[in-house]
Design a protein around this ligand. Structure first.
Ligand SMILES: Nc1ncnc2c1ncn2[C@@H]1O[C@H](COP(=O)(O)OP(=O)(O)OP(=O)(O)O)[C@@H](O)[C@H]1O
Ligand SMILES: [Mg+2]
Length: 253
């Protein structure tokens, strides 16, 4: 059985069709690439899966049950967590505090009750979980640094650590490699693989083709909101429709 099934999903914004009748499924344990030119609908797809948007049509199944239209906190408590294209760290908090917020977000529906309302036992477990995640992600030495002071690579690592702190089954990563230099890219590829080896299924939206081709066994391609192609990295690289969609695209990244 697939972990995630996107079935005939369309998303309209007024007269604009951001997604049109898109179907694909992701197996448990995979790193799936989700690629396509700017404006293809990749982030919109993530927002539909994570409950930030409700599909105009179609359904989304997670572990066989429909999640389309559920609230974001209900979806995250089922084990789907998204890292954002834009930075969402708490810049004024430390690395440790950011991961702590990540832990609490799973248990509570709002951040205030999360931070103020936990009993002592839960607080202790959250601190332990934060330490574990920082250790796993190689952030332990930076635990007391403010997020704002971190270099780009570590900020992205922290964003993933924060997502991992909530114990996800499925991680939706939106452009984690954007703006990275080759060394940062290499480190982020290793970390992404490590998170996957740990048992987390990943859908990776990314323009860095080296990263996508290196990490994903199977790739889904969107273009103008529709499913253009699916296949192995080799099949996708050689697919004339994919090549022409990209060449015509004029990338920002
Ligand atoms: N809230 C919204 N209201 C109106 N239009 C939107 C909204 N969100 C996205 N769109 C439009 O939907 C289309 C798909 O946008 P989306 O952000 O999903 O693209 P993307 O594939 O993530 O692109 P990029 O690679 O540049 O991040 C675009 O035409 C965009 O302008
Ligand atoms: Mg996007």
């Amino acid at each position: 059985m697939s972990l995630l099934e996107v079935q005939n999903v369309s998303k309209h914004f007024g007269g604009l069709t951001a997604l049109h009748n898109v179907t694909f499924s992701v197996k448990a344990g995979e790193i799936r690439g989700l690629i396509g030119p700017n404006g293809a609908g990749k982030s919109t797809m993530f927002k539909n899966i994570a409950g930030f948007y409700k599909p105009t049509q179609g359904d989304i199944l997670f572990e066989g049950r429909s999640i389309a239209g559920l609230a974001p906190h209900d979806i995250s408590s089922l084990g789907i967590v998204r890292t954002f294209q834009e930075t969402t760290l708490f810049q004024e908090l430390t690395v440790f505090e950011n991961t702590l917020v990540g832990c609490h977000l799973q248990a509570e529906t709002n951040i205030f009750s999360a931070v103020l309302g936990l009993d002592k036992g839960k607080q202790k477990r959250a601190r332990e979980k934060s330490m574990e995640v920082m250790e796993f992600m190689g952030l332990i030495e930076r635990r007391d640094q403010l997020a704002a002071e971190l270099p780009l690579g570590s900020q992205r690592t922290l964003a993933i650590a924060t997502a991992l702190a909530s114990g996800p089954k499925l991680l939706l990563m939106d452009e984690p490699f954007a703006g990275m230099n080759p060394e940062e890219t290499k480190q982020m590829m290793n970390l992404t693989q490590k998170v996957n080896d740990f048992g987390v299924t990943i859908v990776l939206v990314e323009h860095d083709m080296k990263a996508v081709m290196g990490l994903c066994e199977y790739i889904t391609v969107l273009n103008f909101g529709t499913l253009l192609a699916e296949g192995s990295p080799t099949e996708i690289r050689e697919d004339a429709r994919v090549v022409s969609a990209y060449l015509g695209g004029g990338h920002r990244h």
